[in-house]
Design a protein around this ligand. Sequence first.
Ligand code: 13P
Ligand code: SF4
Length: 320
Amino acid sequence: MFTTALETPQVNQVPDDLFSAIAELKRDLKAVILAHYYQDSDIQDIADYIGDSLGLSRQAANTDAEVIVFAGVHFMAETAKILNPNKLVLLPDLEAGCSLADSCPPEEFAAFKAQHRDHLVVSYINCTAAIKAMSDIICTSSNAVKIIEQIPPEQPIIFAPDRNLGRYVMEQTGRDLVLWQGSCIVHETFSEKKIIQLQVEHPNAEIIAHPECEPQLLRHAQYIGSTTALLKYIQTSESPAFIVATEPGIIHQMQKTAPHKTFIPAPSTNNCACNECPHMRLNTLEKLYWAMKHQTPEIRLSEDTCAAALKPIQRMLEMS
Ligand code: 13P
Ligand code: SF4
């Protein structure tokens, strides 16, 4: 029997009520939806857990769900897969990468590491599984200082891939770290001049920043921390307003937890939306629905990479 054009199923057709359709798929698949704070608001609203990289890793390490739907970027979903090599880990858009992870190619990093043979390698979680496999300990923006402080002072350390977080950790710990010169396009987009102007216009506002920002911006911040730390800070600070120097996706949770306060996204150097992470924003509610419906695209990693990358992640979880 032939199908007419009218009967042909519409591959891109999504149900009217995406929220209910996703909830139903979640029950059928025994899935959990983990989302980073930089995701679109509607993805955050449907997630079972929203968090920073450390919180998301902890959730991935402890989940009993059969399928992990990761609404974040590739390295985050990879971390979930490394922690759950036998589970299906879905990422709504496989192209959701990370400029920081891309700034540390494995071959070049292997050569760099070979030049510093006596160094311990501490890598920020924003790196590929291949870099994790070459590392001794993983850290996130919420535990980097705590982890470096636990390493004996005489032990030389390579810190990769984020030079800005690395410099911030050096300042906080007084340790000399050998830095890989990587960075995040989003956190290097903020304009120091515009942020100062903004604070003049809003004298009651505090500047709060993620440690991936450049030092010239961080020096104006009244508080520096990971996305979860920033979210906690705005609840405890008495300030009525905040200039937020990180990806503005976090503002959705800030507004939900402190609706009486004002949150102003820090401006970029150009008049663009460059403070939005182009990788994170590739995920949409529609793509999340399709990923669950068809159980693809999934994260695949070799057994060897998973095994080698698991050790430094486990060390981080033990040390934080
Ligand atoms: P968090 O550790 O705050 O989740 O940061 C992740 C990230 O990608 C920042 O750009
Ligand atoms: Fe990577 Fe920067 Fe996007 Fe975070 S904000 S995922 S570090 S590109």
